[in-house]
Design a protein around this ligand. Structure first.
Ligand code: GSH
Length: 206
């Protein structure tokens, strides 16, 4: 399959999320590294790509998609090879729940905590209150993800995720999770390295 362009830089957890299915399926694609930390989201060409000025944006032969929750499953479906979505409706619902929880309730906390340490200028200066609040509310996000995990070693499905066919997608937002036990690497050359996707009850926000 040709004609895939991914707009967004690797510092973005969402962009890395999209790179996971691309890498796992061995897709050839071009990446245009729009760096939001440097304000590149405001460039007119990016404003034309994304109405809310975010990354990632995926272009597939002229078909443009935003929202990681739409992009990654799309790639799982259209790229050759087994789908990453679980087989059953219930598992797929749980998968989407996990994705939605992290996107809606987890990411802003992550930005508050990571931004405090790594990119304070981007978040308007170091904010100790926001950092503390981010740590506390991240716990709630992780607790809900642990509920989804149930008795399984992995979130939402009974097996490990991408890299073991064919039932995965629960690693969808692992790049965003501020934990030591959820580690997924996409190497700079585009290859994927599955290191460890085990979820444990001892997860703690950094
Ligand atoms: N809901 C969006 C969120 C994307 C998002 O927040 N991306 C961040 C980078 S990790 C971004 O572009 N931030 C720029 C900004 O908020 O100024 C998605 O799922 O793609």
């Amino acid at each position: 399959m040709t004609g895939i362009v991914l707009y967004g830089f690797d510092g973005s957890t969402y962009v890395r999320t999209v790179r996971m299915p691309l890498a796992e399926k061995g897709a050839h694609y071009e990446q245009v590294p729009v760096n939001v930390l440097k304000g590149e989201r405001r460039q007119p060409e990016h404003a034309a790509r994304h109405p809310f000025g975010k990354v990632p944006v995926l272009d597939h032969g002229g078909f443009r998609i935003i929202e990681t929750g739409a992009v990654a499953p799309y790639l799982g479906e259209v790229l050759p090879g087994p789908s990453f979505a679980p087989d059953s409706s219930k598992d797929r619902a749980q998968m989407r729940m996990g994705m939605g929880i992290v996107d809606s309730y987890g990411h802003s906390d992550l930005v508050a905590v990571a931004g405090y340490h790594l990119f304070p200028d981007f978040i308007g200066g170091p904010d100790e209150e926001a950092r503390k609040h981010g740590i506390v509310s991240s716990r709630r996000v992780l607790q809900e993800l642990m509920k989804l995990r149930g008795g399984s070693a992995f979130i939402a499905v009974p097996r490990s995720v991408i890299s073991t066919p064919p039932r995965s997608a629960s690693s969808f937002h692992l790049p965003q999770m501020p934990t030591k036990s959820s580690r997924w690497m996409v190497s700079p050359d585009g290859g994927s390295r599955y290191r460890q996707c085990r979820a444990t009850n001892r997860q703690r926000p950094v």
